[in-house]
Design a protein around this ligand. Sequence first.
Ligand SMILES: [Zn+2]
Length: 576
Amino acid sequence: MRRLSNDELNHIRTSVDIVDIVSDYIPLTKRGKNYFGVCPFHEDSDPSLSVSQDKQIFSCFSCHTSGNAFNFVKEYEHVSFIEAVKIIANKAGIPLDIELSSKNNDSHSTLYNAYDLSHKFYQNNLNTVGGKTAKEYLIKRSIDDDLIKEFEIGLALKSRDVLSRLLVKKNVDEKTLLESGLVDKRDGELVDLFRGRIMFPITDINGKVVGYSGRVYDTADTSKYINTKETAIFKKGEILYNYYKAKNECRLKDTVIITEGFMDVIRLYSIGVKNVIATMGTAITKKHISLIKRLAHNVILLFDGDKAGAKATLACANMLAETDLNVKVIRLEENLDPDEYILKKGKQSFLDKLENPISVLNFKLDYYKQGKDLTDDEQLSQYIKQVIDELSIINDDILTELTLKKLSVETNLDYEFLKAKVISKPVDRVIHNNPVVTYDKYVKAEIGLIHYMLLSPEVIKIYDNQTFYLPDQKYRILAKEISAFYEQNGYIEIADLMNELDEEMVKTIGEIESNNLSDNYNKQLIMDYINSIRENNIDQQIARIENKMINESDESKKIALLQQLLELKRRSEENA
Ligand SMILES: [Zn+2]
């Protein structure tokens, strides 16, 4: 692949405004010189992300994620740097003549390649004579040709090793084959893991196929579905079925519908509801939540109508309660899952349900009531306690009031008595933010110096001409990078410099910039910083010599060390 030159990169970057780029993903508000929004890179509801139009960079003062427009898109979309460049070039209308394929810039390219090959193969199988029964089965299950195409459904043939042989022929190495979860080795021979199954591909958040759910269709196999095992590219805790395809629709509707199974997604899609994803039967993880938060502010939990589905709804609602997402619930009657419900009750009946989701609190009240005999004092008491506990957590006066009134009627207990039981506990909000760091004056001097080096060639020249040593390695390396960038290009621009730095170093800039230092300086301020750093250098040398003296037994060497020490102390006083 051709590498883009710095000039090309800078041309693309300066053709867009970072404020527009970030605004495409998160709402920004202008405050003073900068724009602010809720940082998508850590759990938060406060606007800790600041975007500087002057410098064309963003930085979060909480998690310190930072960078230019490319870095933002790369982090947000989970794509490679070069893919982010391509996305931005597209927005700017700049044609880029570089080939972007997963083969070129991904460490798991061989695995992706194996999936790509298998995916094409499976899809083709469904249209061959060997795929006739499977196709009939799908049609019988109301999955028509359009849906087959849309969800790229395929078929693993019954043969023992037809896929394995194909992949070997296409030069996929054995290590990759065995790691892929598609092939196994039995008695020294490679065999296909999926045989005689309809294959539903599962894509990662970038739309690449990374796994399958394989369903039997003409035998009474005990395992109706089998899913790909965890691999380097298929991590269940990070995968949400249909995420890639549903992304835009979710953002448009500002609502994500979450189901348990991929069949539910396909069925909803068939009646025109496209802002839907599925958890693939795993418990929802923090990673899932951070993905969901990127799509919308509203979530509808649409799990199976059975007991297990209610339990999963409760668990998921509790996980989501820690976020600022607005969560609603839909419960389906007769133990039906969404797929079955739509097939049995029809599109309109389902759409009516979708229009009227219930609150999480109401769902929980129903849930706690279920299976309890409220004429039994003990069970009634347990129910009341569960309701009171929920009300204590939610911290919502009006909702508490309404619920208590209902509960009072329902249980024949005095309203005032119930009310006294609700103790509003402060909600233990998990704080994910980095603790506020306070820097000592030496670190402040390093940070200040670099901040102004990033702004002004004059300060870079001062840095180049003075002798001192930045004590912190990360600042030392960064200062050298800034100086080298200036020497090479004859100007300094943070956003351009960032293209040449690694992630850690970009983050260090974010950390420095999040101190919100003024952009104005005078030469005296810079010299004060340098003097502080020198003072620190001398203190460190003194400490080292004092240490040596303690361990030195040779008198003459001790005297030499003492002389060095006195000289340093003299310099230290001079400096002060
Ligand atoms: Zn952040």
